[in-house]
Design a protein around this ligand. Structure first.
Ligand code: C5P
Length: 226
């Protein structure tokens, strides 16, 4: 029977944060940011192993204590120049079976809840293609010009914001990422092959920490959860 694995690409430098320290290691609620997503993924009894893809010359990983996660957590020092390349390198290094399921989750989404993860797994494991957590867009969407002036109001009907985790069979993801190396999420690569992944409703709490002010919001959400 196919098993479920998780892979966390964490080889980026997080330039939009304006910090020397890569984003995944910034302090958030007393731990490096990546710790929180790893805690949720490792706590899932559905997930067999959680792989973390780090930059080949990552100098920070070994400076923290990961012992809580035991053997369930496996670091792979094979990150690439882009997120997609990091995921692909990690997939090849992890040596999974082609029909195993893989949950790809960004280190920069620390507020993923156990419930959201369980819901994604429950819906996607019975799907032919796989699924991703996502939320329907609630705000009105504006297209801007170079001077930040509104050019047009976009139709938000049927528009969703993609989140992670994104869950696909290893074989499909390998094929997809090999043929579309410049995508910003895994689903885009799968879509480029002509497939239609399932949108699994999540909530705004699983947002991506991108700018410095996002840290405070993430800390509030995590504190509230405790
Ligand atoms: O920069 P952004 O927030 O879109 O990155 C999403 C995820 O991809 C982060 O967890 C980041 O560490 C990872 N990434 C990576 N390898 C890269 C670039 C980004 O693993 N070369």
């Amino acid at each position: 029977m196919s098993e479920i694995f998780a892979l966390v690409p964490a080889a980026g430098c997080g330039s939009r944060m304006g910090s020397e320290l890569p984003k995944q290691y910034l302090q958030l609620a007393g731990q490096p940011m990546i710790y929180h997503a790893l805690l949720t993924l490792c706590a899932s009894s559905d997930v067999k192993t959680v792989f973390v893809v780090l930059a080949p010359h990552d100098m920070y990983w070994h400076g923290y204590d990961w012992s809580l996660f035991g053997d369930k957590l496996q670091p792979l020092f094979c990150g690439g120049a882009t997120r997609a390349e990091s995921v692909l390198n990690g997939l090849m290094a992890a040596e999974l079976e082609l029909d195993d399921w893989l949950l790809v989750h960004d280190a920069a989404r620390p507020c993923l809840s156990h419930k959201q993860l369980a819901h994604l797994i429950e819906v996607s494991r019975d799907d032919e293609v796989g699924g991703i957590l996502a939320v329907p867009v609630a705000d009105t969407l504006k297209r801007a010009d170079a001077e930040c002036r509104i050019v047009q109001t976009e139709n938000r009907e049927g528009v969703w914001q993609a989140q992670t985790p994104q869950m696909f069979r290893t074989g499909l993801l390998l094929q997809a990422l090999r043929s579309a190396p410049n995508v910003t999420d895994d689903a885009s690569a799968v879509e480029a092959l002509g497939f239609h992944p399932k949108l699994v409703t999540s909530s705004a709490s699983n947002f991506k920490v991108t700018y410095p002010q996002d840290i405070e919001l993430a800390e509030l959400l995590l504190a509230n959860r405790k």
